[in-house]
Design a protein around this ligand. Structure first.
Ligand code: HMG
Ligand code: MG
Length: 297
């Protein structure tokens, strides 16, 4: 049976903006984050502590972290390595997301290390984070397909997840980085994940390249998933994953779920107001179904 209530983890300010060509002013990002919280978002990836040479859009991460934390939201910062995690220690942020690709080639392109090297570096770092009482989320990229290596074996994804569970992470966010999974694949992997790791949080992270993200969310829901990474406006994409389109749009996911009688806690009108804050600063049009229809009404 389906849940009465689910959690949306808003990734718009991070995944949504990281791939935008022109720099979105820091004040606009702050207002976007504020309005997303007003709309009811309770968990959010705010920004990432990565190299500004690799991802220039995130160069203001320090300012975002300084000004956008609050006690009512789980504010998450991404960090790929010890340097990023050390930067988190200089803030009041209490939740960190690390990210590693199942695909070695993708991991090299994304963070310039093999998957094994990343794990080796993150093991002591996560240990320290947990000792200090941080919430730790592990984002598992290329869990279904890789732009360089093609189809990924479920066993390899499960094995990488098991490594992070062994390190004591609180949550796995399992990603279809380039949006190639279909609902049968989403159901199959998430069913195995919920069976294998009943005691930790598991979120799905679908990109909408082939317009199957909401279908995949439904499949994950049927497999027992109650946490969904989505991005306001359907923005997003990874600069090091050619062919990746935006994330599942928060408004499309919320619309579907609420119509199914599943509570998300998010107000669609206020969500549209948040989208309007960033829209003028984007180099792409917002084309989620819900957004388009709301403009025609
Ligand atoms: P590197 O060049 O191998 O790093 O990059 P390095 O250790 O040799 O350091 C080079 C420079 O970067 C040095 O500065 C370091 O201090 C600095 P310099 O001396 O040249 O001035 N540096 C840092 N600066 C800030 N924060 C840091 C940091 N680390 C080193 N944490 C590195 C390695 C990991 C830094 C680089 O590859 C990088 O920043 N990659 C980030 C890539 C990224 O952000 N990708 C997008 C997020 S993941 C994603 O979108 C997928 C996800 O959505 C799930 C899905 O959909 O699949 C999560
Ligand atoms: Mg992503």
């Amino acid at each position: 049976s389906l849940p009465k209530k689910v959690t949306i983890i808003e990734v718009g300010p991070r995944d949504g903006l990281q791939n935008e060509k022109s720099f979105v002013p820091t004040e606009v990002k702050k207002d976007f984050i504020f309005k997303l919280k007003m709309a009811g978002v309770k968990e959010m990836e705010l920004t990432s502590f990565v190299s500004p040479k690799w991802v220039p859009q995130m160069k203001d991460a320090g300012e975002i972290a300084a000004d956008c934390l609050d006690e009512h939201t789980r504010n998450i910062i991404l960090a790929p390595n010890q340097k990023g995690i050390s930067r988190v220690y200089d803030t009041d942020c209490r939740a960190v997301a690390v990210f590693v690709g199942v695909s070695n080639t993708f991991n090299l392109k994304n963070i310039n290390k093999t998957t094994a090297e990343s794990l080796e570096g993150l093991r002591p770092a996560i240990h320290e984070l947990k000792e200090k009482g941080y919430f730790v989320r592990a984002c598992i990229s290329t869990a279904f397909y890789c732009p360089y290596e093609g189809k990924i074996n479920e066993k390899d994804t499960l094995a990488l997840c098991r490594e992070f569970v062994g390190m004591g992470v609180d949550e796995l966010s399992v990603a279809d980085t380039i949006g190639m999974a279909v609902p049968s694949e989403a159901f199959s992997l998430f069913e195995k994940l919920t069976e294998a790791f009943p005691d930790i949080l598991i979120a799905s992270h679908f990109h909408d390249t082939r317009r199957l993200a909401t279908a995949n969310i439904f499949a994950a829901l049927q497999a027992g998933i109650t946490r969904f990474d989505t991005s306001a406006g359907g923005l997003g994409g990874c600069p090091f994953a050619p062919g990746a389109a935006g994330n599942a749009a928060t408004e499309d996911a919320v619309y579907m779920l609420e119509r199914m009688g599943i509570e998300t806690g998010i107000d669609l009108d206020q969500l549209l107001e948040a989208i309007e804050v960033v829209r003028p600063h984007l180099s792409r049009a917002i084309d989620s179904s819900f957004y388009r229809l709301s403009r025609q009404a």
